[in-house]
Design a protein around this ligand. Sequence first.
Ligand code: HEC
Ligand code: HEC
Ligand code: HEC
Ligand code: HEC
Ligand code: HEC
Length: 336
Amino acid sequence: MIRKRTTSDPTRVPALGALVFLVVAAAHSGDDALAPPAPAVALDPERVANLDQYACATCHTEVADEWARSAHGLAWDDRAYQASLESKRRPQSCHGCHIPQPLLAGELPRRPKPRDENKHLGVSCEACHLGPNGEMLGPRGTPVDAHASSVSERMSAPGSDGLCLACHSTNIGPVIGIGKDFTAADLSAQDRSCVGCHMAPIERRWADGENVPARTGRSHALQTPRDPTFLRRAIEVSWRTDGGRNRVVITNKAGHRVPGLIGRELRFRAELLDPGNVVVETSEVTIDTRAYLPVNGTIDIAFTKTGASVRVSADHIDPRSEEPIRFLDEALRASD
Ligand code: HEC
Ligand code: HEC
Ligand code: HEC
Ligand code: HEC
Ligand code: HEC
């Protein structure tokens, strides 16, 4: 349910001189400007243990370090996952995507199958990289002593979308099949891809070794809504006036619905200010997984009065955090 609340509140906002008036900051969907992920809410545990016993990690130190802090590396150890299994009569029905067998070693499965060994490696390196003949699938197919490699379409955007969709199109457990939104909106035809938004380009060595140069690859530390800077990119904010009424329009620029997981909410609050920077009206809107924003969907934060500027803020409610996380706090003028 969409909850809207409007109140008149003539309180004076302190320190308004410090507010910067920004031009509408459109959320860039391209991957050029992705910052390294800086989650404000950590996973629990924070990192995959005993990496020194994992062969891939001993040669691919940097890639493994990124992956080890991601929800993929932690998909089994994740306390939230383990806790959710306690109430399940057939927990093994859950494991296919959390401890998968390699997906590309045969035909891409419609439902990934679970493996029995090395569960603490969650969505392991092999899950995505092991090819049909024991070789490693990659973007270049560089031959190395350690293993055979071959180039795979699945290891480039948009070819990798199908790999991501194999697990992210489901509606099992707390998961919302946001992959289906991406497919339905035909975003790959618009040059969008999962890795384009979720794996930032990064220049570093792909493997350890003296003769291995730095190359451009993609960070395995996934871009996550637990990082407020990344979550901000999901949202475009603009300010409109029609029929003498002001409203703030929120647009979803992510590649699927927002929010995208059970238990998450985005709470928006807009304050309408007069030319003296006095708040004349406050209005709020909350979106959650029942009242979500579809791809390119918009929602209005409406006012009954008019003003000279508006200040918009928004918090992310994430059950992994005790506190709401602020991801947006901006001021807009009528001309914006
Ligand atoms: C078809 C693949 C698949 C299956 C089967 C699956 N999951 Fe997941 N699970 C996922 C994906 C993908 C995510 C990440 C979703 C996201 O972050 O949007 C996830 C995330 C989770 C999370 C973390 C949620 C959070 O709030 O952070 C829990 C808990 C979970 N799954 C429990 C389960 C349970 C319980 C089952 C069995 C009933 C199950 N999963 C079966 C794919 C799957
Ligand atoms: C003994 C060291 C070593 C081990 C162990 C190792 N690799 Fe590699 N791997 C390399 C080197 C060296 C390269 C080449 C890097 C380069 O030239 O940029 C490479 C390249 C790759 C590539 C890129 C292929 C391409 O497209 O060029 C992938 C993917 C990969 N490895 C995955 C893995 C996985 C998964 C494991 C564990 C099952 C693993 N590697 C184990 C040394 C190793
Ligand atoms: C084998 C199944 C599987 C595949 C393939 C897969 N994922 Fe995931 N993904 C998961 C699971 C499971 C989780 C959540 C684990 C948890 O929270 O317990 C997850 C979590 C995520 C998250 C949430 C990260 C966070 O920290 O909140 C993102 C983003 C994501 N995956 C993107 C991708 C992308 C992009 C691809 C394709 C390159 C991909 N996934 C492929 C299973 C998969
Ligand atoms: C969820 C799937 C997934 C998992 C898990 C995964 N990778 Fe990757 N990896 C990819 C994709 C997709 C690419 C290609 C991205 C692109 O260039 O479009 C890639 C690229 C690479 C590359 C090429 C260099 C780069 O940074 O792009 C190496 C090397 C590599 N992976 C190694 C690993 C290792 C080692 C692990 C485990 C520590 C791992 N990967 C885990 C999906 C995965
Ligand atoms: C245009 C950029 C874009 C594309 C394309 C995109 N995403 Fe996202 N994704 C986002 C943004 C921004 C968020 C944060 C908003 C939110 O809370 O859902 C997000 C959130 C997520 C989450 C976390 C949901 C949660 O609340 O834990 C997962 C998992 C995810 N995306 C997977 C995918 C997969 C899989 C694909 C491809 C099928 C994909 N995304 C395509 C931008 C994108």
